[in-house]
Write a protein that binds this ligand. Structure first.
Ligand code: PHE
Length: 450
């Protein structure tokens, strides 16, 4: 019989609640902002293919491992890994792997919140009709005006962090569950509307082949690492989010089914975002490799020229902020739980403390686009370095450690109990992937890219 440890922070009210919250954590800026721009920077098709393979053979099994370990430990990832290690007669030093993934989530939120702030600014720009009938250079100028103003960025970053801290402090899971239920289908419909516009540009075929026709010459060691890092980022793996949400999973949930559903939904949103954006890029002669501003320079062109674009655009950016927000909450929760469990802080204090630290470090990202834009190392500013270090180094490393832990330290009995399965094949294939394929793949990719 499984040990019935309980989380002091509560539990999801149902199977559905877990699926919705985890979908909320997974779907976010990674799908709509990051995926298109890094696909653009890394040459499209081949990159997308590697990303899809990574989601399938590395992402899904590691995600399952995180939920298994999380539900077994029912605490923040560091304490969870320590207790699960001890109960499996492994070293308590595994808690450091938990600490690493908490830190990754913490660092990611410092820039994630800034980008979510861009989206919030765009809600108002869309609502006030700033995109209506603008040329692509005027639209690009709007973006440049935004990122060159530290005050505007600080304002929006602060709004996002205040919102995040408030929700996490109150622990309003109910409200979140309800809103994610509504967010996911709305986002789907809005993306389809933009795709409808993209089809009309006459460049849909070009967008399609850019995304799905792999040019294997475009594959470099570095682009494979970026694809691997992004597969982890978009599924929220190795950032504490999934393990933490796993800690709140009811004993009755079927982990494999839930995870597969979430991963499919997440991938679908990213691919639709790519299909919406690249035809616009080609129709206006823009650069696919335009970098982090890509969606902000393309989508407004669609909204500015389509019927009811002002309304559709406003709704789109509201949904984007919302999607980012549900991810932000999952990024801060492990740090908050860690502070509560280890320093006996109240939830309110823990959230404020974590939020304040993240808010402050966020200034580094804000300044990367203006006052510090000249400070670069190998052409990378502070934001680029932070993003590279977290997504492409910390996440693969953390994911690998979790995989090795789950495959080689957890007793088979524990896994079988947690997976609630008598299906020997499921266990064997999962174990094979996580025990051999994942560590080898991560190591190979690492060494090829340096
Ligand atoms: N997966 C989220 C996205 O794609 C970002 C995220 C990363 C959220 C890590 C939680 C943890 O936007």
């Amino acid at each position: 019989m499984a040990t019935q440890r309980k989380s002091i922070h509560g539990e999801w009210s149902s199977n559905w609640a877990f699926i919705l919250a985890t979908t909320g954590a997974a779907v976010g800026l990674g799908n709509i902002w990051k995926f298109p721009y890094i696909a653009g920077e890394n040459g499209g098709g081949a990159f997308v293919l590697v990303y899809l393979v990574c989601v399938l053979i590395l992402g899904i099994p590691i995600m399952m491992a995180e939920v298994i370990v999380g539900r077994r430990g029912r605490q923040n990832p560091a304490n969870t890994m320590r207790s699960v290690a001890l109960e499996s007669n492994a070293s308590q030093h595994w808690q450091w792997a938990g600490g690493l993934i908490i830190l990754a989530g913490f660092l990611i939120l410092t820039y994630y919140s800034v980008i979510a702030g861009w989206a919030m600014d765009y809600v108002f720009q869309a609502a006030f009709g700033h995109f209506n009938h603008q040329s692509s250079s005027q639209i690009s100028q709007l973006f440049n005006d935004l990122v060159s103003s530290p005050y505007r960025l600080i304002f929006w970053h602060s709004m996002i962090m205040i919102g995040t801290v408030t929700v996490v402090a109150l622990g309003v899971e109910k409200g979140l569950e309800r809103s994610i239920r509504f967010m996911f289908p709305t986002m789907l419909i809005l993306l389809l509307i933009v795709i409808g516009y993209s089809i009309k540009t006459g460049f849909f075929g070009q967008g399609l082949s850019f995304l799905f026709k792999p040019d294997l010459h475009a594959v470099t060691g570095k682009s494979v690492l970026v694809a691997l890092g992004h597969a982890f980022f978009t599924l929220s793996i190795a950032t504490g989010s999934i393990m933490m949400y796993g800690a709140y999973v009811p004993q009755t949930t079927s982990i494999p089914k839930a995870i597969i559903a979430i991963a499919i939904g997440d991938t679908l949103i990213a691919l639709l975002a790519g299909l919406a954006i690249f035809p616009i890029v080609f129709a206006h002669g823009l650069e696919p490799g335009a970098g982090p501003g890509l969606i902000f320079k393309t989508l407004p062109l669609a909204f500015g020229n389509m019927q009811y674009g002002q309304f559709v655009g406003t709704l789109f950016f509201i949904m984007l902020v919302f999607a980012a927000f549900t991810s932000a909450i999952s990024l801060i929760e492990p740090t908050v739980a860690w502070l509560i469990e280890n320093f006996r802080l109240s939830r309110l204090r823990a959230s404020m403390l974590a939020g304040f630290a993240i808010w402050l470090i966020g200034f580094g990202t804000i300044f990367s686009f203006n006052v510090w834009s000249d400070y670069t190392v190998h052409g990378k500013n502070f934001f680029d370095m932070l993003d590279y270090f977290t997504a492409n180094i910390m996440l693969p490393l953390g994911g690998m450690l979790v995989a090795v832990f789950a495959a080689w330290k957890l007793a088979k009995q524990t896994v079988v109990e947690e997976l609630r399965t008598n299906n020997g094949l499921l266990y064997t294939s999962w174990h094979f992937v996580i025990g051999y394929i994942t560590p080898i793949a991560v190591l190979v990719v690492f060494f090829n890219s340096i």
